[in-house]
Design a protein around this ligand. Sequence first.
Ligand code: ZN
Length: 227
Amino acid sequence: MADASPRERRAAVRVIFLGPPGAGKGTQAARLAAHLGVPKVGTGEMLRDAIAKETPLGNKAHPYMEAGNLVPDDLLVALVRERIAEPDCARGFVLDGFPRTLPQAKGLEEMTGGDAHAWVVFRFEVPRDELMRRLSGRRWCPRCQATYHVVNDPPKRKGICDVCGTALVQREDDRESVVAHRLQEYEERTRPLIEYYRTRARMLAIDGNRSKDEVFRDLLHALEVPA
Ligand SMILES: [Zn+2]
């Protein structure tokens, strides 16, 4: 924006979270976006929403999601391109669940003017057995979308949403067999992005095997943002 004051330009922040499924990226992305006052652009939610509404893109993506496979890059790039063109993203945004492949990262660089150096990339590391434990214990309310964990964050009444009383379900992509597949896909398709961004962005390693509050403090510290 040509008329943005220096302060507004400085405030524009673009954040990417890299790391395996279950590393806590989604939770931290939501918290960071709220703290910075910018939108969280979450491809998982955007896709689930498109599938529920049976939009053309949702109908194309549904079979991939159901099988626990990654949705094709061109569908996701189109989804993100549309979203970040909206006015509320002008001062920055926090991406969640994207990019996960090299073609997605290249698509992102293209749609944001090739200026990858403006990005902050948080790279989360969490041991594999901890990831399995976290993911297979997730439960979700299909009505109000509240999330729980059978060990870490259980509802007051077993299997029932605290907020609205609906029976909780396990998402298809959190079933154990699908989780193992997702971790494998991460290794093959997403891990190469660490090399891609190493020289292109400000990349910061985060130990994700700690409490949510500790991880969040690290993020703010790395961004030099007051708590
Ligand atoms: Zn609920």
